[in-house]
Structures are given as structure tokens and as C-alpha cells.
Unconditional design. Structure first.
Length: 194
């Protein structure tokens, strides 16, 4: 009788595995939403270039946690809770930056550069999410891609930490984004399926 219960428990655990693993796409969706909020704040002047750079540093931490959590191919409840807490922290930071008394000028070249970079972040996160949902990306591949997203966000944070993103700094960010875009394409089209 105890053996039957153990087998039933093991089968229930194995059956629950894919359900836990499929919860990765919503965390990427939340990344997209938070990048959109940063983009909106930059466009309406509620978020400055310096604030956006600091927020990208927070996004890099979230992406790093996602990569670490998905590395083994599943997202456990504890990992999901840690990710949720990190995303909540970033969400609060976005709200604080958007509602403080500091405003930016969305028309400056620096703001335009970081707006373009954030818009590209949104598109790349959407491609990762779409790949997870369609099964084109495995969770291992998504982990590697989230690690790449974290590198891009860190590059953006460095570029704007002084409150200005110059053309030379943007070229470095664009180079990192181009590299990441090629990785996303390769991973989505390598024939591996979840």
C-alpha cells in the first residue's frame, strides 16, 4: 500500500513538472510590461535618462534571477516567489521614478537614444515570450537568453548612469542588442522543442 502511495506521489510530481515549467512565460510578460512602463515614462518626461538607467539595472537583476531559475528547465514555486518579489521591487521603483518631482525632456537626443533602446528591449522580450509560448524555446534556452537580456540591461545602465547617453555609448548598447537578437533567432530556429 505504501509503495502504491509513493508511486502515485511520484507520478503526481512528474505530471506537475511541465505545469511549473510553463509558468516562465508570464514572468517574461511582466518584463515586457515593466519595460513598457519605463518607455512610457521616458516618452512623457516622467522618467529621466538617469532614472531609466537605474531602472535598467533593476531589470538586469530580474533577468539574472530568471536565468538562474530557468537554468534547470523548471520554475519552482520558491523560484517564482523570488522572481515575483524582485519584479515587485522593480515595479515600485518604476512608480517612484515616474511620480517623483524630477522630470526629463523626452525630446533630447539622450532621451531619444534610451527610448529606442528600451523599445528594442520590449521587442526582444516579446520574441522570447513568443518562443516560450510556441515551444520554439526550451526553458534552458530561455535561461541563456534571459542572461543575455541581463547583459544588455547592464550595458544600458552603464550608458545612462551619468544622465546622458551619447552616440558612442548607444553604439555599444546596440552592438549588445544586435548580438542578443542573433542569439534569440538562432535559439528559436535550432529545431529544439519544449
Amino acid at each position: 500500500m505504501n509503495r502504491n502511495l509513493a508511486v502515485a506521489a511520484l507520478l503526481a510530481f512528474v505530471a506537475a513538472g511541465p505545469v511549473l515549467a510553463q509558468s516562465a512565460a508570464p514572468t517574461v510578460q511582466r518584463d515586457i510590461h515593466q519595460q513598457q512602463r519605463i518607455q512610457q515614462g521616458l516618452q512623457n518626461g516622467a522618467i529621466t535618462t538617469r532614472e531609466a538607467a537605474a531602472l535598467q539595472r533593476g531589470e538586469a537583476r530580474v533577468d539574472h534571477l530568471q536565468a538562474k531559475a530557468l537554468k534547470d528547465g523548471t520554475l519552482t514555486g520558491a523560484e517564482a516567489a523570488r522572481l515575483d518579489a524582485a519584479q515587485d521591487k522593480t515595479s515600485h521603483a518604476i512608480a517612484a521614478a515616474a511620480h517623483n518631482s524630477v522630470t526629463g525632456d523626452p525630446g533630447t537626443a539622450s532621451s531619444q537614444r534610451i527610448q529606442a533602446d528600451v523599445q528594442r528591449n520590449i521587442r526582444q522580450d516579446q520574441r522570447i515570450q513568443q518562443g516560450l509560448q510556441s515551444g520554439e524555446l526550451t526553458h534552458h534556452e530561455a535561461a541563456r537568453l534571459e542572461r543575455g537580456q541581463a547583459q544588455v540591461h547592464r550595458q544600458q545602465a552603464r550608458a545612462g548612469r551619468d544622465g546622458h547617453v551619447g552616440a558612442h555609448e548607444q553604439r555599444h548598447v546596440q552592438h549588445a542588442q544586435n548580438h542578443q537578437s542573433r542569439r534569440i533567432h538562432r535559439q528559436k530556429h535550432d529545431g529544439q522543442q519544449r
